[in-house]
Design a protein around this ligand. Sequence first.
Ligand code: URA
Length: 330
Amino acid sequence: MSNESDVKELLSLVTDAREYLSYLRELGVEGLDVTSAEQPLQELSETDKRLEAALPSSSQRAALERNAAAVERASVEKISETDSLKSPALPASLAGASSSNVDETEMATRKKKFPDEVPPAPQETLFGEVTPQDIESLPRADEMLEDIWNDIGVCMRCPLCCQGRSKVVNSEGNRKARLMFVGEAPGADEDAQGRPFVGRAGQLLNKIIEAIGMSREDVFIGNVNRCRPPQNRTPTTQEAAICKPFLLREIAIVRPDVIVVLGNTAMKNLLDTKEGITKLRGKFQDYRGIKVMPTFHPAYLLRDPSKKREAWDDMKKVRDYLKGRSQKAE
Ligand code: URA
């Protein structure tokens, strides 16, 4: 190395390499041969002579090459992880899994930027404080139900995305419903069909609705969580908190007169209470101007039919309240 500018260029390359290595270490890229590659870099000094001596030896060059290969591998894995969001070879649980018609390229783009995004701060909305996972979790002015379902997309926000879910189960029903039902999370039938309450518990819910003189077409039905938990386990507090903003947005659009919360999990998550269903069932709660009636979950009624009487008492109160309101409005 005789030319001074060559030496300077080399020095700058070596400095770049050192910064790159420490950046990779921060990222936790595995497989870096840091010790052997970094050692000579620390010994660099101002003089050309020492620079000459600091040139990477063949073993050090090999280490640098291994590091470069490790970086290459890591970035290829990252890219294919992102691509897998739209890959047709993906298991049905992820590819095209949504019941909404979100543009998959758009979703992939969103998810690509997701790891760099700082989640927005908790926000107060018309129907409660939400802890948004991303900007798409937040309500927008004059939104429609379709906007919410598009924002949900092939949701990857919580662990339930990737534990056997087939379809995201969005709420459904009458957009002008006076009565809304909120359950816990989809079961196997709902997961397969992408619709809420279509299994055995759903059949019983239909009967409950008919018993108060309404039909399924009159009401709006949703769940706190939209993805089926494995083995139908109860969604965690975190999973519920991530999904809840979308339910609150739907409530703000439908604005029912009454929400019936079905079972402990739905009640606790919507009302933010630590009380149990046995204590609160049958007693109207006021939730930001909307009456909320906690009652037993139909799946629980299937397991213990003796509780149907209490559930029927609760539903009669709902029926009477709705009747009273419409008479006032006439
Ligand atoms: N149980 C629920 O809580 N929700 C459904 O959609 C089905 C069963």
